[in-house]
Design a protein around this ligand. Structure first.
Ligand SMILES: [Fe+2]
Ligand SMILES: [Fe+2]
Length: 265
């Protein structure tokens, strides 16, 4: 499948038809703009995740997954769409346009035709679910703690409950598989370097992104350097050790990716 040509996510009309999520009349302009930009970014990435899980569902069918393993993937598509719409409603409540552009086209989910369908699916589940969704759980948990507006806390809680499921579905599939043989471990280990390159590419700008004021954090703006520290902490204390438990050389792959990116990560 070639990539989706359009890289614009436009949920403005749909979000504007929904009841207003919160009132923001007395908000300082700078805080409002900062919060709006963060929520617009969240809207785009949540909506894009629906596309990613949609592709994963097709791969799961092709790999012969049972329907009880496919169901949570199918459910994730719907959940990511509703996360995107929730974030769009926050943008509208903040007086913004719920339209966002991505840096490029919708992300491609690789088909991995060089290996058997199940191994190809495992590669994508490690990347999407075990790594990126686990990072999302950490980031959303932290942002939920920082936010001070009840309606926004509620939005984060609804999103967080689903992100936990999205992370679990990948870890549960890994737990259910027979141990990887040496050749599989080696191929998956090599692929992990690509996954971690993507992590560093995606989150690498965070340490240089502006910090958020306490007031902006209260409205759900994200704090670049703080989030970067959290990404590193989650990688080192949760994701790498869990992948190593499945006999995957995750720490070596992380070092290789960090060295390639010339980052002390
Ligand atoms: Fe989500
Ligand atoms: Fe998710």
């Amino acid at each position: 499948m070639s990539h989706v040509a359009h890289s614009v996510v436009d949920l403005h009309e749909q979000a504007s038809r929904q009841p207003r999520l919160l009132t923001t009349e007395h908000l300082d302009d700078e805080v409002r703009e900062r919060a709006r930009a963060t929520w617009r970014g969240r809207m785009v990435s949540e909506h894009t995740s629906a596309h990613v899980f949609g592709t994963l569902l097709g791969q799961g069918v092709r790999a012969g997954l049972s329907s009880d393993r496919l169901d949570p993937i199918a459910k994730a598509i719907d959940q990511e769409l509703s996360h995107g719409l929730l974030c769009a409603r926050v943008v509208v409540a903040l007086g913004g346009e719920a339209r966002g552009e991505m840096d490029g086209p919708m992300p491609m989910v690789p088909t991995h035709d060089d290996v058997a369908p199940l191994e190809g699916l495992v590669r994508n589940l490690i990347s999407i679910s075990c790594v990126f969704e686990t990072l999302a759980v950490s980031l959303v948990s932290c942002e939920r703690e920082q936010v001070r507006v009840d309606e926004l806390k509620d939005v984060f809680s609804r999103i967080l409950g689903d992100e936990v499921e999205h992370a679990r579905l990948g870890w549960a599939l890994l737990d259910s598989l027979p141990r990887f043989d040496a050749a599989q471990q080696s191929r998956l280990g090599a692929y992990l370097v690509d996954v971690f390159d993507h992590v560093l590419d995606h989150f690498g700008p965070l340490p240089h992104a502006p910090t958020a004021s306490d007031e902006a954090l209260r409205w759900g703006a994200s704090d670049g350097p703080g989030n970067w520290d959290l990404v590193l902490d989650t990688m080192h204390t949760a994701i790498l050790p869990c992948l190593e438990k499945h006999d995957l050389p995750a720490r070596a792959a992380w070092r290789a990716a960090a060295t390639g990116a010339r980052l002390h990560a």
